[in-house]
Every structure is written in C-alpha cells, then in structure tokens.
Design a protein around this ligand. Structure first.
Ligand code: 4NP
Length: 147
C-alpha cells in the first residue's frame, strides 16, 4: 500500500486489508510505504489512528517508511492511492514485471476510471471518506484474489 507520506492513507489501507485477511483466514503479507521521505519513522497521523479506532482497528503499531526499489520485487501487488503515487512508483520500476504490479487501488472498485483516494492531510473531514473508499477496495481485492 503506497501513498505520499505513509502516515494518512496507506497505513489505513494496510490496517484494513490486514483485518480482512484475518477475518478470511488468508496467508497474505501486507505492508505500506510512502513515496516521500518526510515522515520516516513516524506513527500514523492522529486522524488516521482515530478513524481506525472508530472502526475497532489499532494501527499504532505502524511506523512510516519510504518505498524502496526492492519492494517492487518482494511484493506481488503495489497498490497506490492516487495517480501521483502511480507516476512516482512507475518511475522507480525498472522492468515490465515490476510495472505490471503497480495498480491504483480504486481500480478494484471502478476499473479504468482512474479514481484517486483523496489526500486528506489538509482536510480533517476527509478521513471518513478515505476509510470508506479503502474498505470497499480491500473487500474487492479479497474477493478477487482469495482462492
Ligand atoms: P498520505 O498523506 O500521503 O496519505 O500519508 C500525506 C501526509 C503528509 C503529507 C502529504 C500527504 N505532507 O505533505 O507532509
């Protein structure tokens, strides 16, 4: 799960997908990272922690990190929150196998519509919508890939 800062959207995406993985008893590994380096080592944003808590999820075990080239080999899917993240990660990719893994997360709900999960950093009221979008997308991801 990749966003810009790895403190607002992608920590929620990581937390939500992990909850569903547990509920569906799947054996998947999930991590999150940011394209930017400003928040390395930080906890998720307090507003993401709060919205997660509202839905009975604890994401305070997470620490922000920056995406590295090796992630594009280590993971089967690189799910990005918006088109800016998509461009930044595609710039890092060095072969087609890596490029094919990079997908806009909302494509799982609205294929080919290029819907961004909006950056809520400067919008206190945006976190509820972010949670709902990510919850919907993660549910689709489970439906699609669980065997
Ligand atoms: P995120 O949100 O990419 O969802 O973690 C942001 C967090 C921090 C900044 C921008 C977006 N920032 O400019 O520091």
């Amino acid at each position: 799960m990749v966003c810009l800062g790895n403190i607002c959207r992608s920590p929620l995406a990581e937390g939500i997908l992990k909850e569903k993985i547990k509920a569906y008893q799947l054996d998947w590994q999930v991590d999150s990272a940011g394209t930017g380096s400003w928040h390395i080592g930080s906890l998720p944003d307090y507003r993401s922690i709060a919205i997660a808590k509202k839905y009975n999820m604890d994401i305070t075990y997470q620490k922000a990190r920056q995406i590295k080239h090796k992630d594009l080999d280590s993971f089967d899917l690189i799910l990005v929150m918006d088109y800016e993240n998509y461009r930044d990660v595609m710039k890092m990719a060095s072969n087609d196998q890596q490029r094919e893994k990079v997908k806009l997360i909302m494509d799982f709900v609205y294929p080919d519509r290029q819907i961004d999960v909006p950056d809520p950093y400067r919008n206190d009221d945006g976190f509820e919508q972010v949670f709902e979008m990510l919850d919907e997308a993660c549910e689709k991801i489970i439906e699609l890939y669980q065997k």
